[in-house]
Design a protein around this ligand. Structure first.
Ligand code: HEC
Length: 109
């Protein structure tokens, strides 16, 4: 069986038009803004935060780069860090924060 070039063209166009409109790329820069607001008090959120101090009791974000979306969302929806407002953020906000975390170079400690 041969598929004509034309048919392939139609198929790929269809795939583009069928993509749900809600699909968006996670935005690491926006994620950094969100992390500054919600997570900075306990976590070192940058690669090498010059403002590191012993009050940062939580693991640095650069140690959490292996985190996957389902576990990350579950953690924050559960009221992690005692921040109630974070429980009800839209998934896009979680995805952006995780994109920021994953943009860091992994560090063991
Ligand atoms: C009040 C302090 C506090 C705040 C605020 C906080 N965290 Fe944490 N976080 C911790 C501590 C302590 C740990 C390590 C113990 C644990 O896993 O609960 C941790 C662990 C984590 C982990 C690893 C969890 C795992 O299962 O390995 C992730 C991911 C994380 N935090 C993300 C965030 C994000 C994103 C925010 C901001 C929305 C945030 N945290 C805000 C204290 C905090």
């Amino acid at each position: 069986m041969t598929i004509s070039r034309h048919a392939l063209g139609v198929l790929s166009m269809t795939a583009v038009f069928m993509a749900p409109s809600s699909v968006r790329a996670a935005d690491a820069e926006r994620g950094l803004d969100l992390a500054e607001r919600w997570c900075d008090s306990c976590h070192v959120i940058h690669q090498r935060d010059p403002g590191w101090h012993s009050g940062n009791v939580a693991p640095r974000f650069s140690m959490l780069t292996r985190m996957e979306p389902p576990r990350f969302r579950q953690l924050l929806r559960g009221g992690h860090g005692g921040i109630d407002a974070v429980k009800s953020l839209p998934d896009a906000d979680y995805d952006d924060m995780l994109a920021h975390i994953k943009s860091l170079r992994p560090e063991e400690q």
